[in-house]
Design a protein around this ligand. Structure first.
Ligand code: ADP
Ligand code: MG
Ligand code: MG
Ligand code: MG
Ligand code: MG
Ligand code: MG
Length: 673
């Protein structure tokens, strides 16, 4: 997250009339950046992760783990600590810089990033875990003795009404809080004006409170409403769909905090140039649901077990600002579009100028602001990119400060970012900031945060290597977006990583190269690497060749996660197969290779089902806890024990081979820095 500019936030009635002004200047700002950067090559791969934490406050006497609302105090401390030269002497040798810490939506949340981005060399990759652990160690050593940082995606008891779940207590206020929630109070939200304003303006634009419904996991003793159709225990049946069917029981939530208060793991990569960014973006679109399933870590919400394992639909609904007209509940009268998705949702369009990006793959409804599109086309922006931006720009701005309504469009991207940064999609195409050497970037946003930095490092490294393999081998992951949307829903179903089936493209190799992993390893190409004179040696001309690959099967087929990751016998190498081929094409010393293998094995074994997802592990912990009554309820005491164990696992005090394998080494006791 960028700097939180201070100012006077406008309410919805004041913001709405400015929407067209903000969109118009936002596009002007984009075009200025486009003119500066469209032909420019950056520095190539630099990348960084974002890890989000919750801070817990233990009340051992009452066996309660509470969300600690001290974000502001803790951040102030972390920010001054990271500026103190004395911290240098604690920095692990592998870390290049002191990390940085950022605010997040929940007042119990923190976000960390590396102090400067990583490179993509194998040596840099194996240092990532040390960097992440250093961040956690810095946080740990500046908390109260009864507090811990924890990387859990959804806090199982956020919004419960049977007891307090925060320290200090918060009370819902249905008449005055920005969300009007009947479950969570104003104190839960970061006090910076941006966050309450965002919350209130979403609600006001929508015309009602947000309405979040997650299917309930029904156990033997779960009380069911009279009119309810369900008579089974979920544990004994197939998982249900990720959205509750009419008439089936669900967990209800009514505030932005339920979604934006979840923690995730995001990765941002810089590309050589805009074309490379667009290629990587497209290739990652089908990967997003796969990684959501594999990182699933959210089996409980508002004190109850859910029949889903992941957060996505919750967070999508938590910021769904669409009016009834936009949602199709009323005929269009005052609004401009029917909009099929929340502004937090999966990608609806590919963006690369690649002949393999066939029109028939763009098969979901993605309304566009035609005025925006025509302006971009008129300026020479191509159709794919113009359409992408025109789709983002169907949304209204949500937060505007009165001091920054008029901006210098040569020197600011704020109006552009206002719309862009509130389009929370699985993948984000990030244009270069103004007055900065940072180039075109792509952000991978679907993953849930993992309980240990070993896992967080593993998933980050895997995604970075996958992008390298995609570029080196010019892989083709294109498939219909509708099937990717279907995968997003399947990815959230209970036990999806082990039991789910996902559409994935079977033939991923380019036409002019043989499609076996052996040939992959022997013939790497680097399609977008600039030649010494800065020109691109590109495969684009090949892409414009009239050959099509229908005859060798370009369709997506249903596969297990194991097959998508580890491959299958029919020539589909799996995502791990292409990562391995890429690594084999590099000159990596044996030691580094072994270190990388530890991380890649976690992914491989989890995909095989030999290791469990955090969601499965947490669900198992809850349902086998002696105090669990088989009634779907996640009590205060169960949650306290869960939090204690998660912290012990992270520190290595308690082994957890079913989640982490045999060789996990914890971060040890929390030392003072
Ligand atoms: P946001 O919240 O807007 O997604 P953050 O600033 O929190 O972004 O995080 C962006 C991530 O991108 C960080 O991990 C940072 O290290 C990384 N990063 C910074 N500069 C670059 C760059 N030039 N290329 C790629 N990644 C970068
Ligand atoms: Mg961030
Ligand atoms: Mg952000
Ligand atoms: Mg964040
Ligand atoms: Mg965020
Ligand atoms: Mg981010």
């Amino acid at each position: 997250m960028g700097l939180l500019a201070l100012g006077t936030p406008l309410n919805w009635d004041e913001t709405k009339p400015l929407a067209e002004h903000i969109r118009t200047h936002g596009i002007t700002q984009f075009l200025n950046t486009w003119d500066r950067w469209k032909d420019r090559s950056g520095k190539g791969l630099l990348w960084g992760d974002e890890i989000e934490y919750m801070v817990l406050s233990f009340d051992d006497e009452h066996k309660a783990a509470l969300l600690s609302l001290r974000q502001s105090e803790i951040l102030e401390k972390l920010q001054s600590v990271t500026l103190d030269p004395a911290l240098e002497k604690f920095k692990p040798a592998e870390c290049a810089t002191i990390p940085t810490f950022h605010p997040e939506y929940g007042r119990y949340m923190l976000e960390s990033t590396p102090g400067c981005p990583f490179s993509g060399t194998p040596r840099a990759l194996v240092a990532v875990e040390a960097d992440m652990r250093f961040r956690r160690q810095i946080i740990r050593s500046h908390l109260f003795t009864n507090e811990v940082p924890i990387t859990i995606t959804s806090w199982p008891r956020l919004g419960v009404t049977d007891a307090q779940f925060t320290d200090p207590p918060t009370e819902p206020d249905e008449h005055r809080s920005s969300s009007r929630s009947c479950y969570v109070g104003q104190l839960l939200t970061n006090p910076h004006a941006r966050f309450p304003t965002l919350t209130a303006n979403i609600r006001e634009r929508r015309g009602s409170k947000v309405d979040i419904r997650v299917p309930l996991y029904i156990d033997r003793n779960t009380p069911l409403p009279d009119n309810c159709k369900v008579t089974y225990a979920n544990g004994e049946t197939q998982p249900g769909p990720a959205k509750p069917l009419p008439g089936t029981p669900y967990i209800h939530m009514d505030a932005m905090a339920f979604g934006m208060g979840c923690c995730c793991l995001q990765i941002t990569f810089q590309a050589w140039n805009v074309d490379e960014a667009r290629s990587v973006y497209d290739a990652l679109v089908p990967v997003a649901p796969i990684m959501l399933a594999l990182t699933a870590a959210s089996p409980a919400f508002r004190g109850q077990l859910a029949d889903v394992d992941a957060r996505w639909n919750v967070i999508a609904a938590s910021v769904d600002d669409r009016t009834e007209e936009e949602r199709g509940l009323k005929p269009l009268k005052n609004d401009r579009f029917r909009i099929p998705k929340s502004r937090y949702d999966s990608v609806s369009r590919y963006i690369a100028n690649d002949e393999r990006n066939r029109p028939e793959y763009q098969d979901v409804e993605a309304p566009m602001d035609e005025g925006v599109r025509q302006r971009l086309l008129g300026h020479g922006v191509d159709d794919q990119l113009a359409s992408h931006l025109a789709h983002l720009f169907i949304r209204d701005p949500l937060v505007q400060f009165s001091e920054t309504i008029d901006q210098d469009d040569e020197a600011s991207m704020d109006h552009f970012e206002n719309i862009q940064s509130t389009n929370w999609q699985t993948i984000r195409f990030k244009p270069p900031p103004v007055n900065s050497p940072i180039g075109w970037r792509v952000e991978f946003r679907s993953m849930e945060v993992q309980m240990t930095d070993f896992e967080n490092a593993a998933f980050s490294i895997f995604i970075v290597l996958l992008t390298r393999a995609i570029l080196s081998f010019d892989l083709n992951f294109y498939m219909p977006i509708s099937q990717i949307d279907e995968n997003m829903q399947r990815a959230q179903q209970r036990n999806a990583a082990r039991a789910g089936k996902f559409f994935f493209r079977r033939n991923v190799f380019p036409l002019d190269r043989p499609h076996s992993p052996y040939d992959l390893t022997s013939r790497p190409v680097s399609p977008h690497r600039p030649s010494p004179d800065g020109a691109m040696s590109t495969p684009i001309s090949r892409r414009n060749s009239p050959i099509h690959d229908e005859d060798i099967g370009d369709e997506a087929v249903e596969m297990s996660i194991d097959e998508v990751i580890n491959g299958r016998g029919d020539g589909f190498p799996g995502l791990m197969g292409v990562v391995n081929a890429y690594l084999n094409s590099l000159n990596v010393d044996v030691g580094t290779k072994c270190e990388l293998r530890r991380y890649l094995d976690l992914i491989k074994l989890r995909a095989k089902g030999e290791l469990v997802t955090p969601a499965t592990w947490i669900r198992e912990f809850i349902t086998t806890h002696p105090k669990y009554n088989a009634d779907s309820v996640v009590s205060q005491e169960i949650t306290y024990d869960l939090a204690k164990v998660v912290d012990e696992i992270e520190r290595g005090v308690k082994p957890c081979p079913e989640l982490l394998g045999k060789d996990y080494v914890g971060s040890g006791p929390s030392g003072k820095l």
